[in-house]
Design a protein around this ligand. Structure first.
Ligand code: DAH
Length: 329
């Protein structure tokens, strides 16, 4: 019987080593289950004679203990290897490169403009997109019944009791000039890039949401020569040197004289910005003496500049979010 128990243990250990997670319980039943040979032996021990009983008893019990230990060990082995296979990762492999975004062409051009002007000593100023009627129009010499108001098709946000309570989406960045001049004394040199809004029928060269950069310089003895030098400097910076630039007389209520600046592009003149010498009335409106100071201002359309720079044919693409367009920059 001693030999039999020994061989049961051997057989059991071999079977356990070959079992997988599913067959392990079958193996367990076979060797230590109710009908297992070892169980039968254990049950029959009480019929043995006293001296044999003790020996056989401890032998069989030890065998059972060994088999149970082997089963437990195998069970743990199987569990760990199952866990490993669900986490089959090689952390030393290089990762999948994530898709990285990039700046939009409008931001690229804005940054170039900022670079070209801050190196001339211009500081960046900001104003709100939801603007007071007074700053968007009245202080800029665009009075309520002036026909020029029609030039700026306006999204009204709130009709208040007067021009300091009526709120609109700014139709240009020019109100930043007013806010800045009300808060600072000359000499002044600022640029104000930002979003602007017009209630417009959209087409390839007009969008309702677009970007401008305002420029303003006020000091003693500022002339059109300064204006021209600054504009040519930043147009060259963004579009590269050698473009034909044209200044043509124009009208804006807040400048006198006023000009429009065009750039020659694919055998056509493309309008880029309005500019001029700050109107004496505008200076008076913000408490600057036009006898002492003069200044120039400009407002450049940033998408227009990006169209030229990249040869894009439709401003609506800038905000369209079409990846085929966006990925080309
Ligand atoms: N604010 C004008 C517009 O959006 C552009 C402009 C013209 C700005 C002349 C200026 C300026 O500062 O002097 O149509």
């Amino acid at each position: 019987m001693e030999d039999e128990i020994k061989s049961i243990v051997q057989e059991a250990k071999a079977a356990i080593a070959q079992s997988d997670a599913v067959s392990l319980s079958v193996t367990a039943a076979k060797f230590i289950g109710r009908k297992a040979r070892l169980t039968q032996i254990l049950r029959s021990i009480k019929e043995f004679s006293a001296p044999e009983r003790q020996k056989a008893g401890s032998l069989a019990n030890r065998a059972r203990g060994e088999i149970e230990a082997a089963l437990l060990q195998r069970k743990q082995e199987l569990a760990t290897s199952a866990q490993r296979s669900t986490m089959k990762r090689d952390t030393t492999l290089p990762g999948i490169t994530p898709e990285i975004g990039h700046l939009s062409p409008v931001t690229i051009v804005t940054n170039q403009l900022i670079g070209a002007l801050t190196e001339l000593g211009f500081e960046i100023a900001h104003g709100p997109e939801a603007e007071l009627e007074a700053y968007n129009f009245d202080y800029l010499n665009i009075m309520p019944n002036h026909p020029a108001r029609d030039e700026w098709d306006t999204f009204w946000l709130r009709q208040g009791k007067d021009n300091k309570t009526s709120v609109l989406l700014r139709t240009h960045t020019s109100p930043v000039q007013i806010r800045y001049m009300l808060a600072h004394k000359p000499p002044l040199r600022i640029i104000a890039p930002g979003r602007t809004f017009r209630y417009e029928a959209e087409d390839a060269t007009h969008a309702s949401v677009f970007s401008q950069m305002e420029g303003l310089m006020v000091d003693k003895g500022i002339s059109v020569a300064h204006l021209k030098a600054v504009i040519v400097h930043f147009v060259d910076r963004v579009l590269g040197e050698g473009n034909q630039v044209r200044f043509r007389p124009s009208f804006f209520p807040f400048t006198e004289p006023s000009f429009e600046v065009d750039v020659r592009f694919r055998d056509k003149w493309l309008e880029l910005m309005g500019c001029g010498m700050v109107h004496p009335q505008v200076l008076r409106n913000v408490g600057i003496d036009p006898e002492e100071y003069s200044g120039f201002a400009f407002g450049v359309g940033i998408e227009r500049l990006a169209l030229l720079k990249y040869g894009i044919n439709d401003v609506r693409l800038f905000l369209g979010g079409d990846m085929r367009f966006v990925k080309q920059f």
